[in-house]
Design a protein around this ligand. Sequence first.
Ligand code: FO1
Length: 314
Amino acid sequence: MNRRSIVALSGGIGAARFLNGLVRVVPPERLLIVGNTGDDTEQHGLHVSPDLDTVTYTLAGMSDPVRGWGIKDETFQCLESLRRFGSPSWFRLGDRDLATHLYRTERLAAGATLAEVTTEIAAALKVRAKVVPMTNDKVRTRIVTPSGELEFQTYFVRRRARDKVLEVRFEGASGAMPAPGVISAIQRARAIIVCPSNPFISIGPILSVAEMREALRLRRERVIAISPIVGGRALKGPAAKMMRSLRMRSSAADVAKLYRDFVGVFVVDLIDRDEARAVEALGIRAIVTNTVMSGPRERLHLARTVIRAMGMKE
Ligand code: FO1
């Protein structure tokens, strides 16, 4: 058995909750988590990687359970002080979270790669799964709206995802290379899991990196995705609204359609059991189960279902 026999493509909060169940079902050492960095941002001169941090903090047991992002019992005194200077404070960086961004920025400036720094942060927080960025190169998600093109966090946090989305672009993707070890892990994995994340702004950037989609296509039978859309609504965030903005139906089957070239198995919620047939018509095996992770028990159930669907043992 390969050491990293499961690869997970991950966005932020929804993915982190699922992965938190998965590491209780399989040894975390078997898991390589490939995180989206399209929504990375520079704030106050610091490099912030929200999705990598959300996953790392969640697996370290230190994430804020209500917000889903940032650290639990966090304070925001530094941000308050910055506000007094007139610095922008709409992106809420907590005091303890700031240490992560200070460390990352310092290490990147010293010549470390984002993958190296991410590994160092995860190790320091005693996370046993391996977390890597999709690429060490700079890829930035840009949201095209009727009033112009927006940097991702400006669209998502500052403007609260209110704008109509005309297009999602991944600046820098054409020249970006996958982080070291990602493609070979995909080639060897017994299961490649597309977490229940937004297909446009969380999984989309990962797929935009050169070789990534093709590597997945070649392993289609081993790729399983969990629908982030349940009963026509997103489990978290603006996915459903985005699908409608982009003139699609916001349904689980329509997410499956977006993934049809590289996904062999697709998990839909019980409430969407009627969509299973439409998924199967795409040549994708459909699994129907409860996907709403309302608590630890539900997370475990979903993780077990995914592992069993891929014929793997716990
Ligand atoms: N999300 C918010 O809705 N408001 C914030 O002020 C905010 C700050 C923040 C700081 C650090 C971090 O790692 C994440 C943060 N997020 C915040 C979450 C983040 O914007 C999104 O959840 C992801 O980029 C989308 O997955």
